[in-house]
Design a binder for this molecule. Sequence first.
Ligand SMILES: *[C@@H]1O[C@H](CO)[C@@H](O)[C@H](O)[C@H]1NC(C)=O
Ligand SMILES: CC(=O)N[C@H]1CO[C@H](CO)[C@@H](O)[C@@H]1O
Length: 256
Amino acid sequence: MLSGAIGARGARLIPVLRGSRSLHVSQGKPAAKVAVVLSGCGVFDGTEIHEASAILVHLSRAGAEVKMFAPDVPQMHVVDHSKGQPSQESRNVLVESARLARGNITALSRLNVKEHDAVIFPGGFGAAKNLSSFAVDGESFKVQPDVERVLTGFSKAKKPIGLCCIAPVLAAKVIPGVEVTVGQEEELGGKWPYAGTAKSISALGGKHCAKEVDEVHVDSKCRVVTTPAFMGEAPLHQIFDGIGAMVSGVLKLTGK
Ligand SMILES: *[C@@H]1O[C@H](CO)[C@@H](O)[C@H](O)[C@H]1NC(C)=O
Ligand SMILES: CC(=O)N[C@H]1CO[C@H](CO)[C@@H](O)[C@@H]1O
Protein backbone atom coordinates (compact mmCIF):
# COMPACT_ATOMS: atom_id res chain seq x y z
CA MET A 1 0.00 0.00 0.00
CA LEU A 2 1.25 3.45 -0.91
CA SER A 3 0.18 5.03 2.37
CA GLY A 4 1.90 2.22 4.28
CA ALA A 5 5.12 2.67 2.34
CA ILE A 6 5.33 6.42 2.83
CA GLY A 7 4.03 6.41 6.40
CA ALA A 8 1.37 8.41 8.19
CA ARG A 9 3.01 11.80 7.60
CA GLY A 10 3.23 11.19 3.86
CA ALA A 11 -0.36 9.96 3.71
CA ARG A 12 -1.56 13.23 5.20
CA LEU A 13 0.19 15.08 2.37
CA ILE A 14 -1.55 13.18 -0.41
CA PRO A 15 -4.85 15.14 -0.46
CA VAL A 16 -2.84 18.38 -0.49
CA LEU A 17 -0.77 17.23 -3.47
CA ARG A 18 -3.88 16.08 -5.35
CA GLY A 19 -5.25 19.60 -5.31
CA SER A 20 -1.99 21.29 -6.23
CA ARG A 21 -1.59 23.32 -9.40
CA SER A 22 1.56 21.61 -10.59
CA LEU A 23 -0.27 18.29 -10.88
CA HIS A 24 -3.05 19.99 -12.82
CA VAL A 25 -0.55 21.44 -15.26
CA SER A 26 1.15 18.13 -15.95
CA GLN A 27 -2.18 16.29 -16.41
CA GLY A 28 -3.94 18.98 -18.42
CA LYS A 29 -3.15 20.66 -21.74
CA PRO A 30 0.14 19.94 -23.52
CA ALA A 31 3.04 21.92 -22.07
CA ALA A 32 4.11 25.08 -23.85
CA LYS A 33 7.49 24.60 -25.54
CA VAL A 34 9.64 27.62 -24.78
CA ALA A 35 13.07 28.46 -26.17
CA VAL A 36 15.32 30.59 -23.93
CA VAL A 37 18.17 32.44 -25.68
CA LEU A 38 21.28 33.12 -23.59
CA SER A 39 24.25 35.43 -24.33
CA GLY A 40 26.96 34.27 -21.93
CA CYS A 41 27.09 34.03 -18.13
CA GLY A 42 27.40 37.20 -16.04
CA VAL A 43 25.76 40.63 -16.11
CA PHE A 44 28.65 42.65 -17.61
CA ASP A 45 29.63 40.36 -20.50
CA GLY A 46 26.77 37.88 -20.87
CA THR A 47 23.32 36.94 -19.60
CA GLU A 48 22.23 38.41 -16.25
CA ILE A 49 22.30 35.29 -14.09
CA HIS A 50 19.40 36.14 -11.75
CA GLU A 51 17.17 37.02 -14.70
CA ALA A 52 17.92 33.72 -16.43
CA SER A 53 17.28 31.83 -13.20
CA ALA A 54 14.01 33.70 -12.53
CA ILE A 55 12.80 32.91 -16.06
CA LEU A 56 13.62 29.22 -15.61
CA VAL A 57 11.94 29.05 -12.19
CA HIS A 58 8.73 30.66 -13.45
CA LEU A 59 8.67 28.47 -16.59
CA SER A 60 9.22 25.38 -14.46
CA ARG A 61 6.40 26.29 -12.06
CA ALA A 62 4.06 26.80 -15.01
CA GLY A 63 4.95 23.36 -16.37
CA ALA A 64 6.59 24.64 -19.59
CA GLU A 65 9.08 22.56 -21.58
CA VAL A 66 12.29 24.57 -21.90
CA LYS A 67 15.16 24.37 -24.35
CA MET A 68 18.15 26.71 -24.08
CA PHE A 69 20.15 28.19 -26.94
CA ALA A 70 23.11 30.54 -27.44
CA PRO A 71 25.13 31.68 -30.45
CA ASP A 72 28.40 29.81 -30.98
CA VAL A 73 30.52 32.98 -31.30
CA PRO A 74 33.28 34.65 -29.29
CA GLN A 75 32.20 37.09 -26.57
CA MET A 76 32.90 40.74 -27.23
CA HIS A 77 34.35 41.10 -23.72
CA VAL A 78 35.31 38.94 -20.82
CA VAL A 79 34.76 41.10 -17.75
CA ASP A 80 36.32 40.48 -14.34
CA HIS A 81 33.12 41.03 -12.34
CA SER A 82 35.07 41.70 -9.11
CA LYS A 83 36.70 44.74 -10.75
CA GLY A 84 34.18 45.66 -13.46
CA GLN A 85 37.09 45.68 -15.94
CA PRO A 86 37.60 43.70 -19.15
CA SER A 87 40.29 41.04 -18.80
CA GLN A 88 42.62 39.73 -21.53
CA GLU A 89 40.78 36.52 -22.20
CA SER A 90 38.65 35.11 -24.94
CA ARG A 91 35.53 33.09 -24.19
CA ASN A 92 32.77 31.61 -26.30
CA VAL A 93 29.13 32.67 -25.79
CA LEU A 94 27.77 29.11 -26.16
CA VAL A 95 30.37 27.63 -23.79
CA GLU A 96 29.71 30.28 -21.11
CA SER A 97 25.92 30.01 -21.50
CA ALA A 98 26.23 26.25 -20.95
CA ARG A 99 27.01 27.09 -17.29
CA LEU A 100 23.49 28.48 -16.87
CA ALA A 101 21.98 25.59 -18.80
CA ARG A 102 23.78 23.00 -16.62
CA GLY A 103 25.42 21.77 -19.82
CA ASN A 104 22.23 21.26 -21.81
CA ILE A 105 22.48 23.90 -24.52
CA THR A 106 22.13 24.04 -28.30
CA ALA A 107 23.69 26.40 -30.85
CA LEU A 108 21.27 29.20 -31.74
CA SER A 109 21.77 28.40 -35.44
CA ARG A 110 19.80 25.20 -34.75
CA LEU A 111 16.76 26.91 -33.21
CA ASN A 112 13.79 25.99 -35.41
CA VAL A 113 10.84 28.33 -34.82
CA LYS A 114 8.39 25.53 -35.76
CA GLU A 115 9.53 23.46 -32.76
CA HIS A 116 8.60 26.10 -30.15
CA ASP A 117 5.52 27.99 -28.96
CA ALA A 118 7.43 31.00 -27.61
CA VAL A 119 10.91 32.45 -27.12
CA ILE A 120 12.32 34.40 -24.16
CA PHE A 121 15.45 36.57 -24.02
CA PRO A 122 16.88 37.46 -20.59
CA GLY A 123 18.96 40.65 -20.39
CA GLY A 124 22.48 41.41 -19.22
CA PHE A 125 25.13 43.18 -21.29
CA GLY A 126 25.55 40.05 -23.41
CA ALA A 127 22.32 41.02 -25.20
CA ALA A 128 23.95 44.36 -26.11
CA LYS A 129 27.47 42.97 -26.71
CA ASN A 130 27.05 39.47 -28.17
CA LEU A 131 23.46 39.22 -29.42
CA SER A 132 23.76 42.70 -30.88
CA SER A 133 26.24 45.57 -31.02
CA PHE A 134 23.97 48.04 -29.11
CA ALA A 135 26.57 48.55 -26.32
CA VAL A 136 29.10 49.76 -28.90
CA ASP A 137 27.05 51.27 -31.73
CA GLY A 138 23.99 52.69 -29.95
CA GLU A 139 20.96 53.20 -32.19
CA SER A 140 22.83 52.24 -35.38
CA PHE A 141 23.54 48.78 -33.94
CA LYS A 142 23.41 45.45 -35.73
CA VAL A 143 21.66 42.31 -34.48
CA GLN A 144 23.47 38.97 -34.63
CA PRO A 145 22.05 37.17 -37.73
CA ASP A 146 20.56 34.17 -35.88
CA VAL A 147 18.99 36.46 -33.27
CA GLU A 148 17.40 38.44 -36.08
CA ARG A 149 16.20 35.26 -37.80
CA VAL A 150 14.68 33.95 -34.56
CA LEU A 151 12.92 37.21 -33.64
CA THR A 152 11.58 37.68 -37.18
CA GLY A 153 10.53 34.02 -37.33
CA PHE A 154 8.55 34.05 -34.06
CA SER A 155 7.03 37.40 -34.97
CA LYS A 156 5.88 36.25 -38.44
CA ALA A 157 4.51 33.01 -36.95
CA LYS A 158 2.57 35.15 -34.39
CA LYS A 159 4.27 33.25 -31.57
CA PRO A 160 4.94 35.27 -28.40
CA ILE A 161 8.33 36.76 -27.54
CA GLY A 162 9.35 37.70 -23.98
CA LEU A 163 12.29 39.98 -23.22
CA CYS A 164 13.61 41.76 -20.14
CA CYS A 165 16.14 44.36 -19.03
CA ILE A 166 18.12 45.63 -22.07
CA ALA A 167 16.95 42.82 -24.42
CA PRO A 168 13.81 44.74 -25.59
CA VAL A 169 16.11 46.86 -27.82
CA LEU A 170 16.48 43.72 -29.97
CA ALA A 171 12.71 43.61 -30.55
CA ALA A 172 12.58 47.37 -31.21
CA LYS A 173 15.20 46.93 -33.92
CA VAL A 174 13.71 43.87 -35.61
CA ILE A 175 9.91 44.27 -35.18
CA PRO A 176 8.65 47.54 -36.70
CA GLY A 177 6.51 49.64 -34.36
CA VAL A 178 6.68 47.23 -31.42
CA GLU A 179 5.66 48.48 -27.95
CA VAL A 180 8.12 47.60 -25.19
CA THR A 181 9.25 48.72 -21.74
CA VAL A 182 12.77 49.17 -20.42
CA GLY A 183 11.43 50.84 -17.27
CA GLN A 184 11.23 54.58 -16.63
CA GLU A 185 12.23 57.40 -18.98
CA GLU A 186 14.08 59.54 -16.38
CA GLU A 187 16.89 58.51 -14.03
CA LEU A 188 14.83 59.61 -10.99
CA GLY A 189 17.78 60.13 -8.65
CA GLY A 190 19.75 57.14 -9.89
CA LYS A 191 16.94 54.60 -9.52
CA TRP A 192 16.94 54.11 -13.34
CA PRO A 193 20.61 54.43 -14.43
CA TYR A 194 19.88 53.31 -18.01
CA ALA A 195 16.79 55.51 -18.52
CA GLY A 196 18.29 56.85 -21.79
CA THR A 197 17.52 53.48 -23.39
CA ALA A 198 13.85 54.51 -23.62
CA LYS A 199 14.86 57.22 -26.12
CA SER A 200 16.72 54.63 -28.19
CA ILE A 201 13.52 52.55 -28.35
CA SER A 202 11.69 55.54 -29.85
CA ALA A 203 14.59 56.36 -32.18
CA LEU A 204 14.40 52.79 -33.50
CA GLY A 205 10.73 53.29 -34.34
CA GLY A 206 9.34 51.43 -31.34
CA LYS A 207 6.94 52.76 -28.73
CA HIS A 208 8.26 52.96 -25.18
CA CYS A 209 5.80 52.32 -22.33
CA ALA A 210 7.12 53.31 -18.87
CA LYS A 211 6.71 50.56 -16.26
CA GLU A 212 7.91 49.71 -12.76
CA VAL A 213 10.21 46.75 -12.03
CA ASP A 214 7.35 44.49 -10.92
CA GLU A 215 5.21 45.32 -13.97
CA VAL A 216 5.09 44.17 -17.62
CA HIS A 217 4.02 45.67 -20.88
CA VAL A 218 2.09 43.37 -23.21
CA ASP A 219 1.96 44.35 -26.89
CA SER A 220 -0.87 42.02 -27.83
CA LYS A 221 -0.72 42.93 -31.53
CA CYS A 222 3.00 42.14 -31.93
CA ARG A 223 2.75 39.48 -29.17
CA VAL A 224 5.76 40.87 -27.32
CA VAL A 225 5.91 40.92 -23.49
CA THR A 226 8.60 42.96 -21.69
CA THR A 227 9.60 43.84 -18.11
CA PRO A 228 12.37 46.19 -16.86
CA ALA A 229 14.20 43.74 -14.53
CA PHE A 230 17.68 45.10 -13.64
CA MET A 231 17.18 48.31 -15.66
CA GLY A 232 15.87 49.58 -12.32
CA GLU A 233 17.57 49.55 -8.92
CA ALA A 234 15.15 47.38 -6.98
CA PRO A 235 15.10 44.53 -4.49
CA LEU A 236 15.75 41.17 -6.16
CA HIS A 237 12.31 39.81 -5.24
CA GLN A 238 10.60 42.64 -7.16
CA ILE A 239 12.69 41.82 -10.23
CA PHE A 240 11.77 38.15 -9.75
CA ASP A 241 8.07 39.08 -9.61
CA GLY A 242 8.27 41.28 -12.73
CA ILE A 243 9.91 38.42 -14.60
CA GLY A 244 7.16 36.11 -13.32
CA ALA A 245 4.56 38.44 -14.82
CA MET A 246 6.51 38.47 -18.10
CA VAL A 247 6.69 34.66 -18.20
CA SER A 248 2.98 34.27 -17.46
CA GLY A 249 2.15 36.93 -20.08
CA VAL A 250 4.15 34.98 -22.66
CA LEU A 251 2.57 31.64 -21.70
CA LYS A 252 -0.95 33.15 -21.82
CA LEU A 253 -0.31 34.30 -25.41
CA THR A 254 0.72 30.77 -26.41
CA GLY A 255 -2.80 29.61 -25.45
CA LYS A 256 -1.25 26.58 -23.65
C1 LIG B 1 18.21 18.42 -22.36
O1 LIG B 1 17.05 19.21 -22.58
C2 LIG B 1 16.07 18.54 -23.36
C3 LIG B 1 14.95 19.52 -23.57
O2 LIG B 1 15.43 20.60 -24.23
C4 LIG B 1 15.60 17.31 -22.63
O3 LIG B 1 14.67 16.64 -23.43
C5 LIG B 1 16.78 16.42 -22.36
O4 LIG B 1 16.37 15.34 -21.58
C6 LIG B 1 17.86 17.17 -21.60
N1 LIG B 1 19.05 16.35 -21.46
C7 LIG B 1 19.68 16.22 -20.33
C8 LIG B 1 20.90 15.37 -20.37
O5 LIG B 1 19.33 16.78 -19.31
C1 LIG C 1 34.22 39.15 -30.25
C2 LIG C 1 32.97 39.83 -30.62
O1 LIG C 1 32.92 41.03 -30.69
N1 LIG C 1 31.92 39.04 -30.81
C3 LIG C 1 30.63 39.43 -31.30
C4 LIG C 1 29.57 39.65 -30.21
O2 LIG C 1 28.37 39.97 -30.88
C5 LIG C 1 28.39 41.09 -31.72
C6 LIG C 1 27.01 41.34 -32.25
O3 LIG C 1 26.59 40.38 -33.11
C7 LIG C 1 29.38 40.90 -32.84
O4 LIG C 1 29.45 42.06 -33.61
C8 LIG C 1 30.72 40.59 -32.26
O5 LIG C 1 31.61 40.29 -33.30
